[in-house]
Design a protein around this ligand. Sequence first.
Ligand code: DQA
Length: 157
Amino acid sequence: MKIVVIQGPNLNMLGIREQNIYGAMKLEDIHNQMKAVAEQNGFDIEFFQSNLEGEIVDKIQECLGDADGIIINPAAYTHTSIAIRDALRAVQLPTIEVHISNIAAREEFRKKSLISDICAGTIAGFGPFSYHLGMIGMIQILNEIKMMKEAQAKQNG
Ligand code: DQA
């Protein structure tokens, strides 16, 4: 089974941008940690980062038939992008929303996420560790789906 991790604008600047909010870890280090956890649990994983809304929409669409679950931090597009919301609804894959900062405790314009209600769950506020928690959640969801499919296959003989 395959997990695709999608990262929105300015997340390529982690480790440089606003360290007091987003921490000192680089995106590459976060991804290396996620990869290790995915592999330990028998999952394939792919990473994608873009500063462009349309490229993120394209990547979500490509997940159809290719991925089993999506972990996404749409960054600033969380608060503005109906296009990303619509793409997630279109592919209908289990999705976990991740934020490094606690968006509920920041400026008013960050409190509203346009994707929270269509995600299986949201993790926010744990710094770069949010991604690890998101991975654990996704592995749990995919293991449950796998077990259900196996039970169904057994029933059907
Ligand atoms: C963010 C929160 C967003 O409001 C912000 O625009 C980001 C990062 C987070 O991970 O905390 O770029 O998604």
